[in-house]
Design a protein. Structure first.
Length: 169
């Protein structure tokens, strides 16, 4: 396993384009990426770490792969509240599936939809995947008990598509 994935050298990892494209096809096009930089932005407008997207205005359709460090809970809260307040039309978060955390139960479990990714995502330029599972969490409108939880098969991504897992898988 790549030692950098287990280190605290960085908490910012670029989302693979194929994953963003799959999300963009369903919930995009994305207007804002509040946790990006010039090299990895997934929307025409973005905030860098210096600009502090966590505390800046959000709008439209938001893609967010936030920093995965100690501030992750604050980012998940921000994503949920941006949709709940109407500040953003829809917010799609690519986050670790840390179902044992208080922020997961307070905010992710009140999203419109959660897609648990089967397999592990390789972020950035890493050859090895992340050492944790990933979920795509979609907030749209008022917070409420999650309406839809499904699996998304990453193994099909090599063939250019992501496949929803049926109940039989």
């Amino acid at each position: 396993m790549d030692a950098c994935l287990l280190s605290s050298n960085t908490d910012q990892w670029s989302t693979p384009r194929w994953l963003v494209d799959a999300c963009d096809a369903e919930w995009g096009p994305f207007d804002l990426d509040p946790a990006a930089d010039e090299k990895n932005a997934k929307a025409p407008r973005f905030y860098t770490a210096t600009e502090d997207g966590l505390h800046r205005p959000w709008w439209g359709r938001v893609w967010c792969n936030p920093p995965y460090g100690t501030v992750l809970g604050a980012w998940v809260e921000r994503m949920a509240k941006a949709a709940d307040s109407g500040e953003a039309e829809v917010v799609v978060g690519c986050i670790p599936a840390r179902t044992d955390t208080s922020y997961w139960h307070a905010y992710a479990m009140r999203a419109m939809e959660i897609r648990f990714l089967r397999g592990r995502v390789a972020f950035g330029e890493q050859a090895m995947p992340a050492p944790f599972p990933t979920a795509i969490v979609v907030w749209h409108g008022k917070l409420r008990p999650v309406a839809k939880i499904v699996g998304w098969d990453l193994r099909s991504a090599a063939k250019g598509q992501l496949v929803l897992l049926s109940e039989d898988d």
